[in-house]
Design a protein around this ligand. Sequence first.
Ligand SMILES: [Mg+2]
Length: 220
Amino acid sequence: MSIFVLDLDGIVQDPEDPHAKLIKDVSRIVRKPYEELFDHYARQFRDNDTEEMYHLSLCNTKEQKGEVRVRWSQLHENMDKAKPIPAAKELLEVLRSQGHQIYAFTKGKVEIQKRRLRRNGISEFFPQIVYSARKGTREGFERDLLPELPKGKPIVVVGDSFYQDIEPALSRENISCVWIRWPDSDEPVPEISDDDHANLRIVKSTQELANLVKKGAFDG
Ligand SMILES: [Mg+2]
């Protein structure tokens, strides 16, 4: 029996307007590299308002500021909308039936995540949602997440964002990581394979992970 720590967006649900998409648009508007803006989001995010201020600080003209503000207001309008990901429910059901404990780890506001999960009919699987604005950093992982988990059980961390979900957990020997590397991801993707790390497994979809769990890949 393990503790499965699941990222929500990109694992069980697809937000209509993910932050990675907004960051791409803003990087185009302010003419700064996408990687630089994404890195700020991954490592220095505090809340949406502060992130928007940071984007506005990158603008050189009034027009750019106007466009950035419009883009952020679109994100707020779309905030509650998320589609279920194929096999999400199947994954959650098989984890539960095998007796694994499920935790969500998110930097999205808990109320918003609860509304998204309810709309998609999977909120019953997530009585435990751990929030950390600094998810994506070692501090977020070690100080905000780990103290919330029961002690003495193997931990499996599942996420679709290498830098936010996987990297902070990767150097810990007692934690396994599953990176769902969607072929069409909007996020920066490093050139690594699961041969590079003993505790890393890379899959291409939530369905592939559900199949692995069914086959007992996390039993031992
Ligand atoms: Mg995600």
